[in-house]
Design a protein around this ligand. Structure first.
Ligand code: TTP
Ligand code: MG
Length: 578
């Protein structure tokens, strides 16, 4: 309930609709409550005395009041819809912004599928509750009390009938609500699971096909699918009891009225019109109780959803900008001071790493898989924060810089290339959407991507499929390098970015990188020793420790690990470019 109240702040811009809705509803209900009385008048006064004038006059009043009532009801519906749609747009937008502010660590801890459900289905649940509340909150109690009062006024002697029937119905409805509410919470959880399964399957569909696991995946999906359907049907079955049960109580009511008043009509103590009118009021009262029960169920569902939405809002972005960010005039000096880093309480993946990359230098990082190379470079643009020690750029701790300033000048080509659907040009311009075409081409040339891009069917305007589906691994990597180059980085990080590129093209990329402005510091992770031969400095990383540091020649002489890697890959025939 508390989270529902917190979400209520998103209704504030729509307060006029929310104020207006109940007023319009009141108008509609009052006009509706008059109808049975008018019918009574037509029967008792008009028809009984064969007074056609009276029938027509009252009929016209009925038509007028019901039109007015319908207008009230319609405008109420519009108000409710406006408020709930506005609320939905704002909450979804706000949730999306929140997720964008999450750090890598936040996102590591969240299931994508759950985030999707919260942004879509949960918001819809709350929206539906808002519509229902605005439409029924006033209507149900007003109809209930109104029709009871009117009924009793119509025929005080029959007042005992609703007094017996209402508690019976109330008990039944309470039972239904009590059973259905937890069922709907479970439905929500199952929907989560279905979304997760779908999400994961679609993301990995190529692997599924490669390993011919479609049947297994179908079974997994069917399980989640069936369990959702099953839960929904169960809840639906419980709620389905409501309608027939209500009809039954209504019919009992009608029989009761006829039983106890039939005799009075013959004695002339009651009129037929009164009976019709009373039956009408009684069924309305019973019906409005059912509305209340539906309202309660929907509110319960929405409460569960608003808790899940609020959870996203309550997740503190793991990384905030400093209160007083420092100015950074990028020169490109990167210093690690005794950096230790741990993902999420596990064993440290970096243990006391210290090194310096001077402006304009190329520093290569070599090491076996899992040694911590990616983890190390990810600390420079502050994707994660060091657990202890400091990462400095030009003498400034990266934590004292605004993330935007830092990342705006640290160009990264991540190990796993991610492209977006859109044109090749848009993908290269991703970090600087205002870049000129010439700059895009220059970056693509340096990344040795220009030629293959021109060979594509529409050159730079070729559409890249989702995740770059229509490009080869090496092509994607080169676009990612161009994307990183285009921001004119002071520090360029290439995380295994040439792994899918042939050695010859890689050499050309290296030569192009050598021509970058003097102050671009390059940090290059590589598996191939040919990639690192010409680096100003090579760091050998082993199990989170920098075990050797120096140029190719120095390491050949001093580091047995380096020597081993070198021998295994190249033998002794290859030498660095002079
Ligand atoms: P990495 O830093 O990814 O190792 P690497 O880049 O040297 O390896 P590769 O050559 O294959 O790219 O991982 C170091 C350790 O950290 C490894 O044991 C896995 C762990 N790890 C996490 O726990 N969470 C993460 O998000 C990542 C990226 C790694
Ligand atoms: Mg890596």
């Amino acid at each position: 309930m508390k989270s529902a109240l917190k979400l209520a702040r998103y209704l504030k811009p729509y307060r006029w609709y929310i104020l207006l809705a109940p007023l319009l509803m009141t108008l509609e209900v009052i006009l509706n409550l008059l109808q049975p009385r008018l019918v009574q008048r037509i029967v008792d006064v008009g028809i009984a005395h064969l007074d056609l004038q009276e029938v027509i006059r009252t009929g016209l009043i009925m038509i007028g009041t019901s039109i007015l009532g319908a207008v009230g009801g319609m405008t109420n519906g519009i108000c409710a819809e406006m408020a709930s749609q506005g609320f939905g747009v704002d909450v979804r937008g706000s949730l999306f912004r929140r997720v964008q502010s999450f750090s890598f660590a936040n996102l590591d801890a969240m299931e994508t599928g759950q985030l999707v459900t919260r942004l879509t289905n949960d918001v819809t649940q709350v929206q539906e509750a808002i519509v229902m509340v605005l439409r029924m909150m006033v209507r149900a109690p007003l109809l209930l009390v109104g029709s009871l009062v009117m009924g009793i006024l119509t025929s005080p002697r029959l007042a005992f009938l609703p007094l017996i029937l209402m508690p019976v119905e109330l008990a039944a409805l309470a039972w239904i609500v009590g059973r259905a509410t937890p069922m709907y919470t479970r439905v929500q959880e199952r929907l989560d699971r279905l979304n997760e399964t779908t999400q994961e399957n679609l993301a990995g569909v190529r692997v599924v096909k490669a390993f011919v696991r479609a049947a297994h995946e179908e079974a997994r999906f069917a399980k989640a699918n069936d369990s959702l359907t099953d839960g929904t049907i169960r809840a639906g079955r419980t709620v389905a009891v409501t309608q027939p049960f209500m009809m039954m109580t209504m019919n009992l009511g009608v029989i009761g009225v006829l039983w106890f008043s039939g005799i009075r009509v013959t004695r002339g103590e009651m009129t037929v019109g009164q009976i019709i009118s009373f039956v009408n009021y009684l069924t309305t009262a019973l019906f409005s109780l059912m509305m209340v029960s539906q309202l309660v169920i929907q509110i319960a569902r929405a409460t569960a959803s608003s808790r899940r939405i609020q959870e996203v809002f309550d997740t503190e972005p793991g990384m905030r900008d400093p209160a007083e960010p420092r100015d950074w005039r990028p020169a490109g000096r990167v210093v690690f001071e005794d950096v230790t880093f741990t993902y999420d309480q596990s064993d440290p993946v970096l243990k006391g790493a210290s090194f310096t990359a001077e402006p304009g230098q190329t520093v290569a990082i070599l090491g076996s898989t899992g040694a911590g190379k990616s983890s190390l470079v990810n600390l420079i643009p502050r994707f994660y924060d060091a657990t202890s020690g400091r990462v400095l750029v030009d003498g400034i701790d990266v934590r004292s810089l605004r993330q935007e300033d830092l990342r705006g000048r640290v160009g990264v080509a991540l190990q796993e290339t991610v492209l977006f659907s859109g044109t090749v040009r848009d993908n290269i311009r991703y970090g600087r959407p205002d870049a000129l075409d010439d700059e895009v081409i220059a970056a693509a040339r340096a990344a040795q991507a220009h030629d293959f891009i021109l060979a594509l069917s529409e050159g730079y305007d070729t559409m890249v499929g989702q995740r770059g589906a229509n490009l080869s691994g090496g092509q994607k990597q080169r676009i990612a390098i161009a994307r990183a180059l285009l921001i004119h980085p002071a520090v360029l990080i290439l995380d295994d970015s040439t792994s899918a590129i042939d050695v010859e093209t890689e050499t050309r990329i290296q030569e192009a990188l050598d021509e970058l402005p003097r102050n671009t510091t390059r940090i290059v992770i590589a598996q191939r020793i040919s990639t690192v031969l010409n680096a100003d400095k090579i760091l050998v990383l082993d199990d989170g420790r920098i075990v050797a540091e120096g140029t190719h020649r120095e390491l050949l002489a001093s580091s047995p690990i380096y020597r081993d890697i070198y021998d295994s890959q190249l033998g002794s025939g290859v030498a660095p470019r002079e």
